[in-house]
Each structure stands twice: as structure tokens, then as C-alpha cells.
Design a binder for this molecule. Structure first.
Ligand code: ATP
Ligand code: MG
Length: 600
């Protein structure tokens, strides 16, 4: 009988996906990855299902021929022929079983490749703003697992139609042909197993619902115990013991829920077995009375009697597959939801480098957020201008930058950057000639050189100049192999401090060919004076290029052509530093509070 792959279950608070969409998604994966093989598998599956039914029929022929030979003293030719037929059918059935399982394995491996390809391709098209929504972030993490569940459901569903149904139909016709009352026998098997499996599915579903939030806590506390990133802090602050206590508490909760469900499930199992045994007794009674009444032959009696356990087994398996499909449906939906996430879209257009950026009455609300993060903002940036954006935490600086670059589309109003409407142009058009370094920069586990040139692979330019501008000295004591030094302990390389990584990220941003550059506070781990030096050098380098820098350190913004002061999602002032010192109280206060850093 077909192999059953183990699958994990999942949960989600997102809207329900219709069942047919999950089946369709699984079908699309298989039909793209292995169309011919997939069609053949299904024919093999049908032949395999029917072969189990035919086995019962040839068993009857065999017993009948033996009985006839004994009764009438006829030649053994008929017996030999029926043995050969039975042998051929049994061997064929096992061959089909092996072939079916083998083909499923092949299909599974091939389909996994196609699944990854689909997920990666989709990831490239997703609207970046989706990543701001924690529920959607979670969804992206679960897509891979969900794809597994999707294919699992689809495979089980198809197998029910191509293996179990043909067998059950065959047996139905066969038993009906013997005597219509044997259909009753099928019902005796069918009804209790169906109800039993339905109830079981409900018990499992209820348990999964209860367990999902406990599991989330369990995973979190587990990670605080074993995760590298928690290690120093939890030891130093002495939080380990308390976290361990919480972890054990969730363990107990999970076990209690599981114990409750297992008890119910086993009780039910017992009832199903009792009812099934009664059903079995009923079939035996029918068989014996039909045999004694001369309604069926000895062969039919033996064949049906011998196949009762197979019928029970097959039906039980078919219904437990239905249960597994239901169990995996929650997680499978995540794949479909992921594939349906909104895409960035847009059309290819050429940017006009001679034009700056115009924002007109722009508002922006993050997905799922209650209030606007940017509220009716208008701003014009001339080409070649250096603009600094300042403001308190949460004022909307990073969001403004994401809107100016076209990473996010405005919820209201419009942004025209270098001649392109950010709501209409596609990502590659918007991002060509654009570079940036962000608050959350990346640490690539690659060489120093690769960490820089990754922003423009194949340009052939050496990385030294950009690194120097970012204040990285490629000295032998820090980088023993120069630009070829591997960064990261994981790959036998060197480990760097937060500040050093940050400078490399700045180098990477500067390396890329650009006419517009954005620095969103990539300097938090660098001391204020060094930051000031890096920004000065940066502004020298970007002469003639449009530059937008976001910083909390106001000593660095004096060189900017204009400073944008933000507060609660609005722009409250735009002017050069000197002018703001007299006209904007908020700016003057912020500057004076920091002035002592820059004395001397
Ligand atoms: N993913 C998000 N979902 C919902 N709201 C968000 C999200 N990201 C930011 N916000 C909200 O948008 C507002 C502006 O955030 P933003 O990150 O632009 O501020 P910021 O000025 O860059 O702050 P910081 O100086 O801390 O970097 C904040 O109120 C913040 O809570
Ligand atoms: Mg920010």
C-alpha cells in the first residue's frame, strides 16, 4: 500500500484558504516539475488499487477450481491455470506497489526542487512592505513547511481517488455480483471506520488549536535557553533560572494537553475496534448463511472471508488519510497565502538622473498599523543636493527614506524620484543608480572584498577606495589575508566588532555606482567624532550626487545643504543648519544638547 509520509501541522490566524486552492497549488508544483511522470504515477496507482480487488477475485477462482476438482474428480488443469493466474496477479500487485512507492519518492524529490524555485521566485517579487507586517513575516518563514504540507495533502487526495476508490468500487461491484446483501458488509466496515476517523480528526484538531500557542511559548523559551544570541545576556543578568522555570511550565502545559487528547483518542480507538469487531461478526454470519444456503460458492466464501481484514485496513487507511489531510490543512494554507502575497509589480522605465525627488502630500500607514507613520508630507530634493533628516526615535525618518527611494509606495499622495512615479515603476528601474546603507545592515559570511563588491558584482573596481572612505584600514593584524580575509568564525575567518562591520557596510554602499545615495543611520556603533569624519568624507565623495543622510548626531549634519526636521510623522522645518539654529526651537535644543560632544 502507498507509503505515508510524515507531515507536521501548523496554525495561522490569517483568513482561511479554500481547500481547492491548496490542492491546485500542489497540483501545479507536480505538473511543472514532472508532468509525464506524474500522469504515469496516477495510472500506476489506479492499476495498483484495482490489483488488490482482482486478487480477491482470483482467490475465489482458485478455491472454486480446487473444490470442483475434489468434488467431480476433474483434471487438475483448471487448478494449475487458476494457481498461475493467482500467482501472476499477486506478483503484479507487489510490483505495482513497489513501482508506485518508488515513483512517489522520485516525484517527491523533484517536486521539492520546484517548490524551492517557486518560493524563491515569489520572494523576489513580493512587495517589500509585506515584510513590515509581523504576521506576514511569520508567513514567509512558514511557506517552505506549508509547501510540504500542500504537496502532502494533494498527494493523499489524489491517492484516495486513484488507489482507494478504484479498490472500493471494484470490491463493491464484486460483492454486489455475489449477492446484493454483501453491499451491507461493505457498509459494516465503512460506517464505523468513517465515524471513528472523523471523531479522531476532531480530537486532533482541537488539540492542535490548544497546543499552538503553548508551542510558540515553548519554542521561544527553548531558544532563550539554547540560542547563542541570548547566552551572554541571560547569564549575566541571571535570567536563566527564571526562563528555565517558564520553559518547564510550558512543557507541563503541553504534556497535559497532549495527555488529555491521547486519552480521548485511545478511548475512541477502543470503541471503534469493538464496533468493527461486531461488523466483522456480521459479515462472517452473512457469509456462512449464504454458503449454507447455496447462494455463494466455497471459493467466494474463502475469498471474501480472506479479504475482510484487507477491506478494513484499506478503509481505515483511506479515512486516516482524510484525517491527515485535515490535520495538515492549517499549515498548507500558509504556502497558498504566501504565493498570494501582493507583489511589488510596476513597469520598467528609465530614470532621469538630471531630476531630483518630489514628494507631494504623502501619507503612509504600515500594514496592520492603526495610525499614519508619515502624515501629509511634501518635500522637493534638488539633484546633487545633500539632505540630512533628523528627529526623535519613531519620528518617521526611516519610513520617509523608504518612500523617497521607492522601496515602499505611499498610501496617499505621490513620490516622483528621478522622474519615476514610485507607484508605477518597477523595483529594478527605481533602484538602478541608487545605493544605500541602512540601520539594519547585513554581515555577509564572505571575504572582506566580497562583502564590499557584492553591491555591484562584476564591476572589476577594487574595493580599497570604498573601504578607505568608510574608514576601514585593511591592516595585516585585523585582516591577515587582506581583501581575501574571510569574515566570520563559522567559516574559519576573523570576527569583527560591531563598529568594524558597520564601516564595511558603509564601504559596500559607497562601492555601488550611484547618483542617489541614502545613509539611514548606519553609524550607531561608531563614536560621534569618527562618525562626523566619515560623513564629511562621504559628502566629499558624493559631490554632484544626491545624498540623503539620517542621523541622530547633529554634529554630522552641518555640512548638509539642508536639514529636514521631523516630528510625529510630519516635517516641521526644512532649512540649512545655520538657519534652523535661529528658526527652529526643536532643532536648536537637540543641537545644543549634543554640542559638548563636538567641543575642541
Ligand atoms: N513595521 C511597522 N509596523 C507598524 N508601524 C511601524 C513599523 N515600522 C515603524 N513603524 C512606526 O512608524 C513610525 C516611524 O518609524 P520609523 O522607523 O520611520 O522612525 P525613525 O524616525 O526612523 O526612528 P528611529 O530613530 O528609531 O530609527 C514609528 O511610530 C513606528 O512605530
Ligand atoms: Mg530609523
Amino acid at each position: 500500500m502507498p507509503d505515508r509520509q510524515k507531515a507536521k501541522s501548523g496554525d495561522g490566524a490569517l483568513p482561511r484558504v479554500p481547500f481547492w486552492k491548496v490542492v491546485r497549488a500542489g497540483f501545479q508544483i507536480n505538473m511543472t516539475a514532472l508532468p509525464a511522470l506524474y500522469i504515469v504515477i496516477n495510472f500506476v496507482s489506479i492499476a495498483h488499487g484495482v490489483s488488490h480487488g482482482v486478487s480477491t477475485y482470483v482467490t475465489q477462482l482458485f478455491y472454486d477450481s480446487v473444490e470442483k476438482a475434489l468434488r467431480t474428480g476433474a483434471e487438475a488443469r483448471l487448478v494449475i491455470a487458476s494457481v498461475l493466474a493467482m500467482g501472476a496477479v499477486f506478483v503484479g500487485r507487489e510490483l505495482l506497489n513497489g513501482l508506485h512507492n518508488f515513483m512517489h519518492q522520485v516525484a517527491f524529490t523533484k517536486g521539492s526542487g520546484e517548490t524551492s524555485r517557486r518560493i524563491h521566485a515569489k520572494m523576489g517579487r513580493i512587495d517589500p512592505v509585506c515584510l513590515e507586517d509581523t504576521a506576514l513575516q511569520d508567513l514567509i518563514n512558514k511557506a517552505q513547511e506549508g509547501a510540504f504540507n500542500t504537496r502532502y495533502i494533494m498527494n493523499l487526495g489524489i491517492t484516495i481517488f486513484t488507489f482507494y476508490l478504484p479498490y472500493i468500487l471494484f470490491m463493491g461491484f464484486y460483492l454486489n455480483h455475489l449477492s446484493p446483501k454483501f453491499i451491507l458488509a461493505i457498509l459494516c466496515v465503512f460506517v464505523p471506520t468513517l465515524f471513528g476517523q472523523l471523531l479522531k480528526t476532531q480530537i486532533i484538531a482541537k488539540f492542535e488549536d490548544e497546543a499552538a500557542p503553548i508551542r510558540r511559548r515553548f519554542d521561544f523559551y527553548d531558544s532563550t535557553m539554547t540560542g547563542r544570541e541570548f547566552f551572554k545576556e541571560t547569564r549575566l543578568l541571571g535570567a536563566f533560572k527564571m526562563l528555565m522555570g517558564r520553559f518547564l511550565e510550558t512543557c507541563r502545559e503541553l504534556s497535559a494537553a497532549e495527555w488529555k487528547a491521547t486519552k480521548k483518542e485511545n478511548g475512541l480507538e477502543l470503541v471503534i475496534t469493538l464496533v468493527s469487531t461486531l461488523g466483522w461478526g456480521g459479515i462472517v454470519y452473512l457469509l456462512v448463511s449464504s454458503l449454507l444456503g447455496g447462494e455463494i460458492t466455497v471459493g467466494a466464501f474463502a475469498a471474501v472471508f480472506g479479504s475482510i481484514s484487507t477491506m478494513f485496513g484499506v478503509m481505515n487507511e483511506a479515512f486516516s488519510h482524510l484525517g491527515n489531510m485535515a490535520k495538515n490543512f492549517g499549515a498548507a494554507q500558509n504556502y497558498v497565502r504566501f504565493m498570494e502575497l501582493p507583489e511589488r509589480g510596476g513597469v520598467k522605465m528609465a530614470a532621469d538622473k538630471s531630476r531630483g525627488i518630489v514628494m507631494e502630500n504623502v501619507s503612509f500607514t504600515y500594514p496592520g498599523a492603526a495610525s499614519k507613520s508619515i502624515d501629509d508630507v511634501s518635500l522637493t530634493i534638488q539633484p546633487g543636493e545633500t539632505i540630512a533628516i533628523v528627529g526623535e526615535n519613531g519620528a518617521g525618518k526611516s519610513t520617509l527614506v523608504r518612500l523617497l527611494t521607492g522601496m515602499y509606495k505611499p498610501t496617499e499622495g505621490r513620490v516622483i524620484t528621478r522622474g519615476l512615479d514610485t507607484a508605477a515603476a518597477d523595483g529594478p528601474s527605481l533602484f538602478s543608480g541608487l545605493t544605500g546603507v541602512f540601520q539594519k545592515y547585513q554581515r555577509y559570511l564572505m571575504t572582506l572584498g566580497e562583502n564590499v563588491t557584492i553591491s555591484q558584482p562584476g564591476s572589476g573596481e577594487p574595493a580599497d577606495k570604498a573601504l578607505a572612505a568608510a574608514g576601514v584600514e585593511v591592516a595585516a593584524d585585523t585582516f591577515p589575508d587582506g581583501l581575501d580575509t574571510m569574515l566570520s568564525r563559522e567559516f574559519d575567518g576573523v570576527d569583527l566588532s560591531g563598529g568594524q562591520w558597520q564601516r564595511i557596510a558603509i564601504g559596500r554602499g559607497l562601492y555601488r555606482d550611484h547618483d542617489l545615495v541614502v545613509l539611514d543611520e548606519p553609524t550607531a556603533a561608531i563614536d560621534p567624532l569618527e562618525e562626523s569624519r566619515i560623513y564629511k568624507q562621504f559628502m566629499n565623495l558624493s559631490k554632484g550626487k544626491t545624498a540623503i543622510i539620517v542621523t541622530h548626531r547633529l554634529g554630522s549634519v552641518k555640512e548638509a545643504d539642508r536639514v529636514v526636521v521631523m516630528d510625529k510623522g510630519k516635517i516641521i522645518a526644512v532649512a540649512p543648519h545655520a538657519q534652523l539654529m535661529t528658526s527652529c526651537e526643536k532643532y536648536r535644543d537637540m543641537y545644543n544638547a549634543q554640542a559638548k560632544w563636538y567641543e575642541n
